[in-house]
Design a protein around this ligand. Structure first.
Ligand code: AMP
Length: 248
C-alpha cells in the first residue's frame, strides 16, 4: 500500500507571530519555520504503518518555497521514502492546494492520503475535506486511531463528547488529530540517510491547475492585548472585586 503524506512548511509553533506593519499578513522574515505539527503526526502514522508491514512506500509532498525541501528532508529522516516539492513563492489557498494534491494522487495512485487536520498558520481545516470531494474518496477526519484491515481504513474520530469509529473503503483520506500518536525525533544516522533520498522538483505549471486566489485578505491584526491579572487575599475579596466590576 502506497501512502501519500502532504506536509506544509509553517511558522514554528513556538514563535510569537508578528503582524506586518501594513497589516497585509504575518511577518515571516527571519522567522523559524518548521513542519506543521499535525503533518508530523501524519508522517509518524505513515511510518508506523510501514513498520507494521501495512504500507510499502511513503511519498511526502510539499507545496511551497525552495526551503520547503528542508521540511521534506525532515519527513524523509523520520522514515518517508521519497519527496515531491511543488515549488511556488506564493501561498496557494486550500482549494488550490487540494487541486494540486489531486493531480499528484492521479499520478501516484496512493491507497491512503494522510493530511494534518489543519495547518497552524492559516487554521483553514479545509484541504483534506476538499481533496476528498475532488477525488470522490471517503474521508475520516480528526483521526485519533487508524487501523487498516481487509481493504478498509477504520478511523476513530474525535467528535463532540466522544469517539466515533468509521470504516472507509480504500482508497481513502485521513486527517490527523493531536492524540493519534507522538511523532518521533529523527536520529542523526537517519538525518544523514535522508540526504540521499530522492526529492522530485516540480512547478505548479507542471500540473495545469488554476491556483488563482478566490479570497482577498482585507487585513490582519494582532489580538487585543490581555489585561494583567490581579491577586486577591481571599474569596470575600474576590467577590467584592467582581461585584465592583459588575461581573456578578
Ligand atoms: P489547511 O486546510 O490549510 O488547514 O491544511 C490542512 C492540511 O493540508 C495540512 O495539515 C497539510 O497536510 C495539507 N496542506 C495544506 N497546505 C499544504 C501545502 N502548502 N503543502 C503540503 N500540504 C499542505
Amino acid at each position: 500500500m502506497k501512502v501519500l503524506v502532504p506536509v506544509k512548511r509553517v511558522i514554528d509553533y513556538n514563535v510569537k507571530a508578528r503582524v506586518k506593519p501594513d497589516q497585509s499578513g504575518v511577518d515571516l522574515a527571519n522567522v523559524k519555520m518548521s513542519m506543521n505539527p499535525f503533518d508530523e503526526i501524519s508522517v509518524e502514522e505513515a511510518v508506523r504503518l510501514k513498520e507494521a508491514g501495512t504500507a510499502t512506500e511513503i511519498v511526502v509532498v510539499s507545496i511551497g518555497p525552495q526551503q520547503a525541501q528542508e521540511t521534506l528532508r525532515t519527513a524523509l529522516a523520520m522514515g518517508a521514502d521519497r519527496g515531491i516539492l511543488i515549488k511556488t513563492d506564493t501561498m496557494p489557498e486550500p482549494l488550490a492546494i487540494a487541486k494540486l494534491l489531486k493531480a499528484v494522487v492521479d499520478e501516484e495512485s496512493p491507497e491512503l492520503v494522510i493530511l494534518g487536520k489543519q495547518a497552524i498558520d492559516d487554521d483553514s481545516n479545509q484541504t483534506g475535506q476538499m481533496l476528498g470531494a475532488l477525488l470522490d474518496w471517503p474521508q475520516g477526519t480528526f483521526a485519533s486511531k487508524v487501523e487498516i484491515a481487509d481493504g478498509k481504513a477504520n478511523v476513530t474520530r474525535e467528535v463532540d463528547g466522544g469517539l466515533q469509529t468509521v470504516a472507509l473503503d480504500m482508497p481513502a483520506i485521513v486527517t490527523t488529530d493531536l492524540r493519534l500518536n507522538e511523532p518521533r525525533y529523527a536520529s542523526l544516522p537517519n538525518i544523514m540517510k535522508a540526504k540521499k533520498k530522492p526529492i522530485d522538483m516540480k512547478e505548479i505549471g507542471d500540473y495545469g491547475v488554476d491556483v488563482s486566489p478566490r479570497l482577498t485578505v482585507v487585513k490582519v491584526t494582532e489580538p487585543p492585548v490581555r489585561e494583567a491579572g490581579e491577586k486577591v487575599e481571599d474569596v470575600d475579596a474576590l467577590i467584592s472585586k467582581l461585584k465592583a466590576k459588575g461581573a456578578i
